[in-house]
Ligand binder design. Structure first.
Ligand code: SAH
Length: 256
């Protein structure tokens, strides 16, 4: 008898995008609809979970910066346990699984269990937030590189090359940056950043409750406090919403 190859990849890491079900890929949709078990993080919206087939098991395996979270080892054994039992497992992650998604830890567990996997990319928060403010992440003459940073890591606030980030024209997308706002501001100012550098925070990008806070490096912590954000938020360093940018350059011309 020929060797039996499985009819499906036991585990698919699927990007759920920023929250709007219309921003899923067709492949994501197909895999979600076919899954026996969907293990998802907190960022995945109810609209997207509703695409699982009736009878599919939905498992919330939350991870939150400073809040309560499911230990990584528990998530790993949930994935491998279901897959070894023959279930089609979709590990559904907000945005793109390859961006700040702790993907490698889960892949290592899958490989150690002798299982195979595939990765289905999704739209990352930075892409959705840039679209929300009508801006491009890169622009000829302004920035030829864009950096994706995390505001904090396992050791606390994350350290970066602040001197480089403080240069005019730099653009960075800061994930998990809400609590780190004051720290980021302090580090950048210490390295000579202009206080008037545009900073834009997009909360709940691509969701019905999306909010845009256009501010400057100088006013970032105060404006963030005043906004009292409750949803996921992406912070852009060096980008203003297109409409605000037009107003800023117009008033500069009027004063000139
Ligand atoms: N893999 C995800 C990122 C996970 S880290 C991705 O590719 O988007 C979690 C952080 O992502 C949040 O703290 C926030 O900074 C950002 N984020 C995720 N979804 C978001 C959304 N809809 N709007 C704004 N920021 C979001």
């Amino acid at each position: 008898m020929p060797a039996r190859t499985p009819l499906f990849t036991p585990v698919a890491f699927v990007g759920a995008g920023p929250g709007d079900a219309d921003l899923l890929t067709l492949k994501a949709l197909r895999l979600i609809a076919a899954a026996d078990v969907v293990i998802h993080d907190r960022l995945v919206s109810a609209d997207i979970l509703a695409l699982a087939r009736p009878g599919a098991q939905l498992v919330a395996a939350g991870k939150e910066g400073f809040g309560p979270s499911t230990p990584q080892a528990v998530i790993n054994s949930l994935i491998t346990g279901h897959a070894l039992a023959g279930a089609r497992v979709v590990r559904l992650k907000g945005g793109d699984p390859v961006v700040f998604g702790r993907l490698d830890e889960e892949i290592e567990a899958i490989e150690a269990a002798g299982l195979t996997f595939e990765i289905v990319p999704g739209i990352t928060a930075a892409s959705a937030a840039a679209a929300a403010i009508g801006q491009s992440l890169t622009k000829r003459g302004r920035n030829a590189a864009v950096r994706f940073l995390t505001g904090h890591d396992m050791a606390g606030f994350a350290d970066h090359d602040w001197r480089m980030l403080a240069r005019p024209g730099e653009v960075a997308a800061i994930y998990m940056g809400k609590r780190a706002a004051r720290f980021v501001q302090g580090r950048l100012l210490m390295h000579g950043a202009d206080r008037a550098t545009s900073v834009t925070v997009v909360e709940n990008a691509a969701r019905p409750n999306q909010r845009v806070i256009a501010t400057t490096l100088d006013r970032l912590p105060a404006d963030l406090d005043a906004a009292a954000l409750s949803g996921p938020a992406l912070t852009f360093l060096g980008l203003a919403p297109r409409a605000a940018e037009a107003r800023i350059s117009q008033s500069r011309q009027e004063f000139a």
